[in-house]
Design a protein around this ligand. Structure first.
Ligand SMILES: C[S@@+](CC[C@H](N)C(=O)[O-])C[C@H]1O[C@@H](n2cnc3c(N)ncnc32)[C@H](O)[C@@H]1O
Length: 250
C-alpha cells in the first residue's frame, strides 16, 4: 500500500487521525489567562467531538501496541508515581496503573476523560485517577513523578518545547519520560504538504506538528533529558511511531 493510501486509510480507522467536523475557535482576548483558556478550549472542542468515535475505533496494530505496553510496564516500578498526559479514553492508563503506586492520567478533552472515568468505574483500578488538563501548560504540583507517559500526543500539541518543559517539570530527578509519537515527517512528503493541510482546512484532521524521530529526540535533549532508548514497535509495514525513553538527570 503506498503512503498516501495508507494515510487515507489510517485517518478513517486509526484513532490518531479521527474524522471530525470543523471546530469553531473562540476569540482570544487581551488577558494571557483568557487566551490560554481559549486555546485549551479550542483543542478540547476538536477532541470532544471525536471522543466517542475514538473510543469505538479498534487499535490498528494490536501487536505493536502490546509490545509498547510491555516495554512501558517493564520501565515502571510498583512504587512509582506516574503522570500520563494526553491519555485519551484511558486505555493505556487502565492497563499500566496496576503496576504503579499511583497514576494520574490527564487529557485536554473533558469528553475523553468522561469516557475514561466510565471505563474506570466499570473496571476499578484503585491507583488510577483521571483529570482534565492541558499538556501544553505546566502541570503545577500534581505529582513529582517517577515517570511521565505521552503516547500519541507530542505531534498534537501547540508547542513541543513547552509541552516537554512542562513534562520535565513534573518529573523528579532521575524520572523517566516515556513517549510514543507518530513522526509525520517520515511519511510520504505529500501527506504533510498536501493531504494534511487539505484535511485540516475542511476540519477532518487536528493540528499536527511535522517532525521526524531525530527532531523529536533533539527537542527532548533540549529540555535537558538524556535519551536512554529509541525503538519502533510497529508490526505492520513502515512504522512512523517512535518510542523514546529519556531520563531527567539525577
Ligand atoms: C491521538 S489521541 C491519543 C490518546 C492516547 N494517548 C492513546 O495513545 O490512545 C490524542 C489525545 O491527546 C489529547 N490532546 C491533544 N492535545 C492535548 C493537549 N494539549 N493536552 C492534553 N491532551 C491533549 C486529545 O484530547 C486526545 O485524547
Amino acid at each position: 500500500m503506498d503512503s498516501i493510501r495508507w494515510f487515507a486509510t489510517t485517518i478513517y480507522t486509526d484513532p490518531v487521525f479521527p474524522m471530525t467536523s470543523p471546530s469553531i475557535a473562540p476569540r482570544p482576548t487581551a488577558s494571557p489567562d483568557t487566551a490560554s483558556r481559549a486555546s485549551t478550549a479550542r483543542k478540547a472542542a476538536f477532541w470532544d467531538r471525536v471522543a466517542r468515535k475514538y473510543a469505538a475505533d479498534p487499535i490498528t496494530d494490536m501487536a505493536g501496541y502490546e509490545a509498547t505496553l510491555r516495554r512501558a510496564q517493564a520501565l515502571l516500578a510498583p512504587d512509582d508515581e506516574v503522570l500520563e498526559i494526553g491519555c485519551g479514553t484511558g486505555t493505556t492508563a487502565l492497563r499500566l496503573a496496576p503496576f504503579t503506586r499511583r497514576m494520574l492520567a490527564t487529557d485536554v478533552s473533558a469528553s475523553m476523560i468522561t469516557i475514561a472515568r466510565e471505563k474506570l468505574a466499570a473496571r476499578p483500578v484503585p491507583q488510577l485517577r483521571f483529570e482534565v488538563a492541558d499538556a501544553d501548560a505546566p502541570v503545577s504540583g500534581l505529582v513529582a513523578g517517577d515517570a511521565v507517559l505521552a503516547f500519541n500526543l507530542l505531534h498534537l500539541v501547540s508547542d513541543l518545547d513547552q509541552t516537554l518543559a512542562a513534562a520535565v517539570q513534573s518529573l523528579r530527578p532521575g524520572g523517566l519520560l516515556i513517549s510514543k509519537t507518530p513522526c509525520i515527517a517520515e511519511m510520504n512528503p505529500l501527506v504533510p504538504r498536501l493531504a494534511l493541510p487539505l484535511m485540516r482546512a475542511i476540519g477532518k484532521a487536528p493540528h499536527v506538528l511535522v517532525f521526524d524521530g531525530n527532531a523529536l529526540q533533539a527537542a527532548i535533549v533540549r529540555q535537558g533529558l538524556e535519551i536512554l532508548a529509541v525503538e519502533r514497535h510497529g508490526t505492520r509495514g513502515k512504522d512512523i511511531r517512535v518510542f523514546i525513553v529519556a531520563r531527567k538527570p539525577a
